[in-house]
Design a protein around this ligand. Structure first.
Ligand SMILES: NC(=O)c1ccc[n+]([C@@H]2O[C@H](COP(=O)([O-])OP(=O)(O)OC[C@H]3O[C@@H](n4cnc5c(N)ncnc54)[C@H](O)[C@@H]3O)[C@@H](O)[C@H]2O)c1
Length: 353
């Protein structure tokens, strides 16, 4: 069954202050939902500042989730977690307890309360076979065997969610391709966004391994739209389903050229440095046809359009940066490392003032 009029329904968004979560919150509000925004705020609350007076904010750690946050909730859009390989590798135990165990606890609380709509932010990196691996277009039925802590934690969380599925709990997992595009909580540690940062701050983009690696890509606002499309779709079309989310698959070198071209259109010159050596890097291609076939969802925002939107947001009319894009908050592993060091220091020396 479809859900009819969604106006006024309450949605819990976890990771709501994050790169994708902030856009989910914005879009839900635009569509007339009420929003409860849950986040530990690892990266601050910048992502929610523009909407703070329109949402209920619950600041907390998902590992100590209070189910009261589910009161009155119609659906949960679960974005919280350590969100890349470096942060997962930095502390694999914390990664597992956040990405897998806390997901299970949240889902169990939903099931007990009969909150059947639940979307999970998984990752297409589950499919990665690396450069030199089998180069085929992978869909949701392709066998996978993730090995890295980040991919493994997402894969385990998916398996647990689908195992829990019953008449009261109908989860959907969305495997995001690598994300690009502007968000009020900006990340510059994702390939397209990083290339923009490098072109603007160094005048040069370096690509490794000849830029041959394949990457599936998608815009952050399209990811947010996909999650909302799933909570609005007839439940029998999304119940227990995995959907890949991808706009297109590109070689890394193509992405560098897109950035250079869009900058050139604004009078900015930058070069591409191609290196033919490099450490092993992700390389894989995925199909996103299933979600289009099932619920009619199609990503809309091209890489070039997203690059323009980012440039509009961070450059003034003279082409000068208006924001510090090198701040460590925009680079998850840098920020986590700093937080960890600061925590150790404060523990040893006591409060700063
Ligand atoms: N951005 C991508 O390219 C990408 C690709 C594939 C999958 N994903 C997945 O999408 C989701 C969102 O990614 P993002 O890019 O917005 O990441 P992000 O790091 O910007 O946001 C994650 C948010 O989760 C919050 N969080 C982390 N641990 C928490 C905890 N223990 N308790 C409460 N809040 C916690 C953080 O404070 C942060 O605001 C993640 O689950 C990520 O794994 C992202």
């Amino acid at each position: 069954m479809g859900c009819g009029d969604m106006t006024g329904k309450l949605v819990l968004v976890t990771g709501a202050a994050g790169y994708i979560g902030a856009l989910v919150v914005q879009q839900l509000l635009d569509r007339g939902y009420r929003v409860r925004a849950h986040d530990k705020m690892y990266y601050g609350d910048q992502g929610l500042r523009a909407v703070r007076d329109r949402v209920e904010v619950v600041q907390g750690d998902l590992r100590r989730f209070d189910p009261v946050a589910l009161d009155g909730v119609f659906a949960v859009i679960h974005q919280a977690g350590l969100s890349n390989d470096p942060t997962a590798n930095f502390n694999p135990r914390a990664n597992y307890s956040i990405n897998t165990v806390a997901t299970q606890v949240l889902a169990e609380a939903c099931r007990q309360r009969g909150i059947e709509r639940f979307t999970f932010a998984s990752s297409a990196s589950l499919y990665d076979a690396g450069l030199g691996g089998e180069d085929i277009l992978k869909d949701e039925n392709t066998p996978i065997n993730p090995l890295m802590p980040y991919s493994l934690s997402n894969f385990e969380a998916e398996r647990i969610l689908f195992h829990m599925r019953d008449e009261h709990f109908k989860p959907t997992s969305l495997r995001h391709a690598t994300v690009y595009g502007f968000s009020p909580r900006m990340r510059f540690d994702l390939v397209v966004n990083t290339f923009i940062k490098d072109a603007l701050t160094k005048g040069e983009i370096t690509v490794h391994n000849g830029g041959e690696m394949w990457r599936p890509l998608i815009d952050a606002a399209d990811v947010a739209r996909a999650h909302i499309a799933c909570i609005e779709a007839p439940v029998e079309r999304v119940d227990g389903e995995v959907f890949n989310l991808v706009y297109r698959n590109y070689r890394i070198l193509e992405l560098a050229h897109f950035v250079i071209d869009r900058l050139k259109a604004r009078g900015h010159a930058a070069a591409i440095k191609v290196e033919y050596s490099g450490h092993p890097q992700r390389s894989y291609r995925i199909s996103g046809e299933k979600i289009t076939d099932r619920i009619g969802f199609t990503p809309q925002v091209s890489v070039q359009q997203a690059i323009d939107e980012i440039l509009d947001a961070i450059l003034d009319e003279n082409g000068k940066l208006t924001t510090n894009i090198l701040h460590p908050r925009h680079y998850n592993i840098e920020w986590m490392t700093l937080l960890h060091e600061a925590e150790m220091l404060v523990k040893a020396t006591g409060s700063i003032y």
